[in-house]
Design a binder for this molecule. Sequence first.
Ligand code: TYM
Length: 331
Amino acid sequence: MKRVVSGIRPTGFLHLGNYFGALRNFIKMQEENECFFFIADYHSLTTHPTPTDLQSNVRNILIEYIAAGLDPEKATIYVQSDVPQVCELSLLLSMNVYIGELQRVASFKEKVRRQPDNVNAGLLTYPVLMAADILLHHADMVPVGKDQEQHLEMTRDFAQRFNHIYKHEYFKLPVAYNFGSELVKIPGLDGSTKMSKSDNENSCIYLSDTPEVIRKKVMKAVSDSGPTEPGQPKTQAVENLFQLMKAVSTPETVHYFEDQYQNCAIRYGDMKKQLAADMTAFVQPVYERILELRDKDDYIRKVAREGAERARESAAKTIKEVREIIGIKSF
Ligand code: TYM
């Protein structure tokens, strides 16, 4: 059985970008592989340093993982900080990681732009901790969106470097779990190329949004004044609407609106109504399970407790072996 490891930062509710990037097809994934899914609460401290909401955000993601289809009987679901061995692995890996390569990482540069007053060391070493998350359980595959591709590439570099330096083919080189297609980047409703809660709340459709909220957000989505000649290239905002439609609607629906666009007959209001209806139908079953799970506090705690135990067992074995390979021995 192959091992799958993936994580999500608890910085709010899950949106459709998270779903298509990391969570889709859980059922098949967990039947065929040994899965470890965790909530990256240490990572979230790099951008969300205050304790307010951390606990409830972690709980929300636990609930949303299960609501999206992850089965705690089959997969290990845990909270990153319940498995502190990851910090030791991150520290040990960091000894062979160079500051220059961390400074060149796209996500680091973006965070420096976004939060110039808080360029903390955690942001810089973010990819090392992420590599530790993945290597701790010897992942073969990592389900992620396109935005995490560079981090995954660095994980392979760090693993390979470790194997080379210590002359031991110890770590595997994990690849992206791509659900049988290209890695995806789901765009936002505000014309941005990535659905992201840090940009604009209204650009995201959350798995926990009500039908009314979805309708309002989609109807307000950015479009343009419409094509004036056949074959006219789409603006980014309109391209986004089509991409979102491809994610949640049937190919016939996409085809219909594509034709309308090409013939300059498109009415964005109609397209948005259809998109809102298809998004609602898509999100509805997950949303209903989220509502059910919100009241099941004992169950949620049990999932996190048992997941942590399993993850710690796997982590302890790795740390013991890594210490031996490096030559750390107690007297
Ligand atoms: P995070 O919390 O930003 O996002 C969680 C997952 O959702 C995907 N994603 C998207 N995919 C497609 N389109 C989008 N608009 C979109 N927005 C988010 C992300 O690619 C990700 O798969 N660094 C990670 C968390 C992490 C992790 C790990 C992941 C920590 N350690 C180990 C995998 C393995 C992150 O910030 O994800």
